[in-house]
Unconditional design. Structure first.
Length: 139
């Protein structure tokens, strides 16, 4: 079953008990449709960017659950009937699976960086240094 993310707003003038009961009511609606909640975040009081139904602040609640797609419309109808929810957003959440990359495959993808080797200068012998010093001193 696919994962869905459900985010909704509750007016900030509700008490904590009212918020809890509404949250449980939404969870019950999901479970009645055969869904299973995988992640449930606590309500957070947020200031809204613009007033929604004459509310400048609201409690933001976020749920992640799995549900069969054919029962999704029934869930949306139940949520729309709930007058205490100011606004809601229901999204399909894509599951991202991380692919393991072996070291061999990584070497194929990103070749190791080898430092550039510049040709070494010729080494100067002790006799050549002495000759240069004598030339400089004689001048």
């Amino acid at each position: 079953m696919p994962l869905y993310e459900f985010t909704y707003l509750i007016p900030s003038n509700f008490s904590t008990e009212e918020v809890k009961t509404l949250r449980k009511k939404v969870e019950l609606c999901i479970e009645e449709e055969g869904g299973a909640i995988t992640k449930n975040n606590f309500p957070v009081k947020k200031e809204l960017a613009y007033p929604i139904k004459k509310n400048n602040t609201a409690f933001l609640v976020n749920l992640i659950f799995d549900l069969s797609p054919d029962k999704l419309k029934n869930l949306e109808k139940k949520i729309k009937k709930e007058e205490q929810i100011i606004r809601f957003l229901l999204l399909k959440k894509e599951t991202i699976r991380k692919k393991r990359v072996r070291k061999r495959e990584l070497k194929k993808i990103v070749p190791p960086v080898q430092p550039k080797v510049e040709p070494a200068e010729k080494k100067v012998g002790l006799k050549e240094i002495e000759q240069k010093l004598e030339e400089i001193l004689n001048e």
